[in-house]
Design a protein around this ligand. Sequence first.
Ligand SMILES: *Cc1c(COP(=O)(O)O)cnc(C)c1O
Length: 380
Amino acid sequence: MMQKIVNFVQDIYNTKEFISLHEPRFIGNEKKYLNECIDSTFVSSVGKFVDEFEKKIAEFTGVKYAVATTNGTSALHISLLLAGVQNGDEVITQPLTFIATCNAISYCNAQPVFVDVDLDTLGLSPSSLEKFLNENCEVKENRCVNRITGKIVKACVPMHTFGHPCRIDEIKDICDKWHIVLVEDAAESLGSYYKGRHTGTFGKLAAISFNGNKIITSGGGGCIITNDEELAKKAKHMTTTAKVPHRWEYTHDMIGYNYRLPNINAALLVAQLEQLEVFLQNKRELAKEYEGFFADLTDIEFIKEPQDSRSNYWLHAVSLKDRAHRDAFLKFTNENGVMTRPIWTLMNRLEMFKECQCTDISNSVYLEDRIVNIPSSVRI
Ligand SMILES: *Cc1c(COP(=O)(O)O)cnc(C)c1O
């Protein structure tokens, strides 16, 4: 079976050379805009590409405001600060996520609390969230207090794993009821929709990443999206060293961050954004081919987009029978020229987050033992 899979991947990518998990594609105006940017000399903290990108990504996702940042992690960090997360607060998230989610929470001197994911979406489970809140928390003076720790549960950060949307509308309702601010980690889900609405537009704020392995890339980059004008203004201010606008004076009114996306990265990103629809369609076709192929195999299952959603299929994934099969699959494919990668080690197992409060996370454990990513690059 494993050889059959390797052959299939080589066929669809039409090569016998090593096939990596996800490569960027620069097939549009990338070089043109980069040259334009260099010729203008505005490669750094000022320039038209940042503004253009922010306008276009806001349009694409259907929000009023976007603020470009140095990466997805910094976008998450600022989003959490703007959500009001403070020293000693708690932030609910899923144990099955990339480390950046928990790092950003930690940068605010807050602590993650882990609730389980749903098996079909791979993202935060509304029922697990509700169960945790009912059993541990109470609302006092419009704040959600964790009775076990005495701390305030300030925010909740669900993540749309591999681009597959989680049940974000239900999560939003629960957060509203419990006075918890919803911040979406939409780092992986640009071009993914839940019930027709772009992911990242349900929460007060959301972070998107444009790292080299994401669906479009600026080399490194990210952005915050929001419909709240006040928050958007603050996000811009905080990510640009909190400089008070003036033609020559340098004055700053708080401790800000140097999180602004350089114009040269934005130039690359504007060109990449022009390609997004093509990439999305290409990945959908690939998903269809994988789905058909894996339907005929036993003990391995292709992960399809969940109900009510349209996934960007950023990273394709399969589920193996158990951990032993997973390990054998990883070994065989990686040794035979097809790169595959297991899903992340659960956050609650990492030294830094071992002491964090954690609900029953059996779905996360189940998926950790079985999920593997397979080559997902756009085919040209
Ligand atoms: C990529 C990613 C991030 C962070 O993005 P960077 O741009 O690499 O900082 C955050 N969360 C998730 C889930 C990601 O996959």
